[in-house]
Design a protein around this ligand. Structure first.
Ligand code: DP6
Length: 369
């Protein structure tokens, strides 16, 4: 059996003698990500049925601060943004419970978290990848401080990725700048089902400048929670075909990223996006997540490409459309987006983002206060 990345945090627990005077804070900022090869379907133990590959975003981030308090009767994560029934609290509590089983010292402290997303509320943009990865980083920092361990930054990111996966699978890919993969694949030595692998060093530098305009076609929450969507792959008639397709698309996507082949990247990303929705529609029961405006955006993107504009789309498990383009063509593509796509968005909302630099430790004294 392989050794858990968290095992260095299972050493000597220094928390026994700590009291209110030793209270401390930790704070992290972490980004969301957009998958180019989709994670859809799980194996037991929150493991992916097939490998996935994503681009880390720059502006769609969550900032989280956790106040760590010793000596209070009630232990665990007791509030989020001052509320005891914040909708995101159960997901964070689930992650903390799992972490506490791995790192028992976490059961001895009281945690109050404050969190803020850069992207506006009610945009239908999922915050779980950024929110869960930021919280996982905070928990690893807390355990490190309690054990008096500084830790190597690369080990720390691996620990946070390992932990974030238990809160939300896609969150484990948010720990790295540029691009990362999750799921064992012969393409990368050391790739794993239990944490993500950074791959930016193999990606052409031009690809690290990619832009992503998120077209908010609908700001309503998704009608299919992704956990239920993953379950719908169990017994899905296309399951084995999907596994083959994802593995093949991993190879193609990686080849396109390393060779700076934007056209090929777009062909595979669109194939993945439409395959994801085809799987969702053909599950039992089937769900239609695309709105008429999503479909119209897709047609207009493809028409513009036929007329010579270089861009492609991808989709999450929702109605909003991500339009991706190269930095050098930003002026022309953003003009097209403003004229042809923005009018199709709810309240004209478009979030302009780009390939990002990964998580950042914040000054705990000022973050979230
Ligand atoms: C369509 O990571 O949200 O965005 O592990 O159940 O929390 P859980 O699922 P989640 O699934 C994301 C699915 C996706 C594709 C992707 O990001 O790879």
């Amino acid at each position: 059996m392989s050794i858990s990345p968290l095992s260095p945090l299972n050493g000597m627990d220094l928390s026994a003698g700590l009291s209110a005077g030793d209270n401390f804070k930790v704070a992290w900022q972490s980004p969301s990500n957009i998958a180019l090869v989709k994670y859809w379907g799980k194996k037991d133990g929150q493991l992916p049925a097939s490998p996935s590959l994503s681009m880390t975003l720059e502006k769609a981030i969550t900032q989280t601060r956790v106040d760590v308090i010793f000596g209070e009767a009630e232990k665990g994560l007791v509030s989020l943004n001052g509320s005891i029934d914040h909708p995101f609290l159960p997901k964070m509590q689930h992650l903390l419970d799992w972490m506490t089983r791995q790192i028992p010292c976490l059961s001895k402290v009281t945690l109050r978290a404050t969190t803020e997303n850069s992207f506006p509320h009610s945009t239908g943009i999922a915050s779980s990848a950024s929110g869960i990865s930021a919280f996982a980083l905070c928990l690893i920092s807390i355990a490190g401080k309690i054990h008096g361990l500084e830790g190597d930054p690369a080990d720390m990111m691996r620990m946070a990725s390992f932990a974030a996966r238990m809160g939300s699978g896609s969150a484990c890919r948010s720990l790295y700048p540029g691009f990362s993969t999750w799921g064992a694949t012969p393409l990368f030595t050391g790739s794993s089902d239990v944490y993500a692998t950074p791959i930016a060093e193999f990606v052409h530098p031009e690809m690290l400048l990619l832009r992503d305009a998120i077209l908010v076609v609908s700001a309503s929450p998704k009608s299919l929670p992704s956990t239920r969507g993953h379950q719908s792959m169990n017994g899905h008639p296309f399951f084995s075909g999907r596994i083959m397709q994802a593995n093949r698309n991993m190879e193609e996507t990686f080849a396109a990223l390393s060779a700076n082949d934007f056209e090929k990247l777009g062909m595979v990303a669109e194939n993945e996006a439409l395959a994801l929705h085809a799987l969702i529609m053909s599950a039992s029961p089937g769900t239609m997540l695309l709105k008429p405006a999503s479909v119209e955006v897709i047609h207009r993107v493809r028409d513009a490409r036929s007329s010579g504009l270089s861009l492609f789309f991808t989709l999450d498990a929702g109605a909003n459309v991500h339009v991706m383009y190269q930095a050098g063509l930003a002026v022309a593509v953003e003009k097209f987006i403003g004229e042809a796509l923005q009018p199709l968005c709810e309240n004209g909302r478009v979030i302009f983002d780009s390939c990002g630099t990964g998580p950042r430790k914040l000054n705990e004294a000022t973050a979230g206060s």
